[in-house]
Design a protein around this ligand. Sequence first.
Ligand SMILES: *Cc1c(COP(=O)(O)O)cnc(C)c1O
Ligand code: SF4
Length: 357
Amino acid sequence: MIAASPLTRQPDARQGDEPPDASALQPLGWQAEFAAAVTDPAELAALLDLAPEWVAPAREAAQTFPLRVPRSFIARMRRGDPADPLLRQVLPVAEELAAAPGRSSDPLQESAARRAAGLLHKYHGRALLVATGACAMHCRYCFRREFPYDAQQGDTGRWQDAIATLAADPSIEELILSGGDPLSLGNARLQSLSRALAGIPHLRSLRLHTRNAVVLPSRVDAGLVEWLKDLPWRVTVVLHVNHAQELEGDAVEAIARLRGTGALLLNQSVLLRGVNDDAATLAALSTRLHALGVLPYYLHLTDAVNGTAHFDVDDARGRQIVDALARRLPGYLVPRLVREVPGASAKVVLASGIDKD
Ligand SMILES: *Cc1c(COP(=O)(O)O)cnc(C)c1O
Ligand code: SF4
């Protein structure tokens, strides 16, 4: 058997298997970088000069949710530092395997909000399409790490049911492309999706929730920029960045290219213990985002999903951090601290400025 080269290795099936969607024999651009992500804990440890003792637990934790990190993201990490805030987001650790009461694989009860294959409709006026289960990077805190993508995705006819459901419900004016990461789809796939959506007269707004644009900046290629510019709706791109250190290197140009499309750029973060759970770190993130033309939107508290308890920050600490942010930043750079509550008609806001007492 011939060992897969980094450029032909398939993304693992656990989070879907989107790229490469061009012929594997052609140069693939971002798709080659997607496929060349580091998936072996020993390689990650070697690239970052980490002690070998990190490898065995990482291998074990990666069995339930594989390691996957693009090389561009690794290039933004500090070498020899197991506490690096970017590394902590991707390195599988033994704590993931610890039993934690009160956690589940579907804490948000998203299955109940399913309106069609891949279509979640929880909130008035907007619906979310799980466009793919694939992500360029696997974030250890992911609330969808145990999401049943195969059942949700509806691969036959792909989005037919979802599009028919949207077309039949004039109350839905905004469609959110999410996942996984919608930018794991190739430009041709995105084009066929937007062409199908263009026939829905009540759709006014298209939103993308993406982490790929920052962790795999080559994804923001000329074809994607053209596609975004040509869309017939108001377009919002909500990035997912947790730490200012992620906004270095080629991520900076990728965001500039997105800005050039005229899309509104927002950011959502997850409040993560040991990564960004202090006001100075989040203030630096907001300031950096602003410098790149992106406004902070949500700061999410973690959801009670299996294997992520070691990232939890409690509500009181979260409020304290947002209070401290509001004391040092203009209001538009203070993200709203939110949690998803099953059955609630919107995300529940815990803090968005200083406490009145
Ligand atoms: C978070 C979420 C949205 C978006 O909520 P906004 O407050 O509009 O950002 C929409 N649908 C689902 C299912 C969601 O989880
Ligand atoms: S990019 Fe988003 S959906 Fe994908 S693993 Fe990270 S948090 Fe989860």
